[in-house]
Ligand binder design. Structure first.
Ligand code: NAP
Length: 302
């Protein structure tokens, strides 16, 4: 069978593309290597999606899944490992060896969290080191936790962890946050969060589990120890585009496409965080999905 649209990734961009593709009367197939929802399932509270009010990231992901499958979208829970996008009929090969063909492809592979690359980070993964505050925060109820980073993710993680932990240190390498003003203000007025500016983490240490984070102030060069049970790493994102290297134009690892979501290859579109863009948020991911699927539908039915 040749699908009209193959969508790689079932996050907000991919599932929005599935909704628009199905509603255009096309047969879509969406591939997901993990769970549907993408990065948003790690978000404690979505509060900046217009007219949505406040929902958790997991609630949002479940609603999106119900909506997409309600329109007949099929999700295959397998990873796409290899693609051939140059031919008119595109080929996708999955990690179980199965092969799929489609007239058009929407890449919505998203991003993963960047690592700190310091001693102890790998050793204590699952023993105090985490990349997901909402997934692992409760393990550190009434304990001390550190969040590293200065973007929206770190700010939101710190606010969420302050609801669970006794105290939260927010370690940021500069004296100004990258995240939105509204999130910064929540952090500043939270008495359980102590901000440690101008500071980088050097190593994560402990006996069998995280017990302390060694940090250095970049202005004074002074090294100090923060006693903690957990280190939550929130230092940015890495696009998941390795399998497209050499086939598609990219900018700094992100797939190059303007607001049309069209890549340099006919019939191949990109949506969401993995596109080269200025604002990576839920609202831009879903709108990319809509634009990419509409463009794919026009391409397929031309
Ligand atoms: P980000 O915005 O790229 O911020 C990464 C932070 O980590 C920066 O503050 C950066 O410091 C710091 N950093 C990077 N490498 C580091 C290192 N090796 N050691 C220490 N610190 C390091 O990443 P993000 O917070 O994950 O957000 C990613 C995107 O998702 C952004 O566009 C963000 O706006 C969006 N997002 C939106 C929401 C929302 O709208 N509610 C929620 C979460 C994320 P510098 O500032 O010095 O570079």
């Amino acid at each position: 069978m040749i699908y009209d649209i193959a969508i790689i990734g079932a996050g907000p961009a991919g599932l929005s593309a599935a909704i628009y593709g199905q509603r255009a009367g096309l047969n879509t197939i969406t591939f997901e290597a993990n769970v549907h929802g993408g990065q948003i399932i790690n978000t404690p509270e979505v509060e900046n999606y217009p007219a949505l009010g406040k929902v958790t990231g997991v609630e949002y992901a479940m609603n999106l899944y119900e909506q997409a499958t309600g329109f007949g979208a099929t999700i295959e829970y397998k990873g796409v490992t290899e693609v051939n996008l140059k031919d008119e009929i595109k080929t996708l090969i999955c990690n179980d060896g199965t092969e799929y063909q489609a007239k058009s492809v929407i890449i919505a592979t998203g991003v993963t969290r960047r690592k700190l690359d310091i001693p102890g980070e790998d050793k204590f993964l699952g023993a105090g080191v985490s990349y997901c505050a909402t997934c692992d925060g409760l393990f550190f109820k009434d304990k001390i936790a550190v969040v590293v980073g200065g973007g929206n993710t770190a700010l939101e993680d710190a606010v969420y962890l302050a609801t669970v932990c006794e105290k939260v240190y927010l370690v940021h390498r500069r004296d100004r946050f990258r995240g939105d003003r509204a999130e910064v203000e929540k952090v500043l007025k939270n008495p359980k969060i102590e901000i440690v500016y101008d500071t980088i983490p050097l190593s994560i240490e402990g006996e069998g589990k995280v017990e302390r984070l060694v940090v250095k102030n970049v202005k004074t060069e002074k090294t100090t120890i923060i006693p903690t049970s957990a280190v939550f790493v929130a230092v940015g994102l890495i696009p998941q585009n390795d399998m497209f290297t050499g086939q598609i134009d990219m900018v700094d690892g992100y797939i190059d496409a303007g607001e049309s979501c069209k890549t340099n290859i006919e019939g191949v579109f990109v949506a969401g965080d993995t596109r080269n863009k200025t604002l990576r948020q839920l609202v831009t991911a879903t709108s990319d999905g809509a634009i990419a699927a509409t463009a794919a539908a026009a391409y397929v039915t031309k």
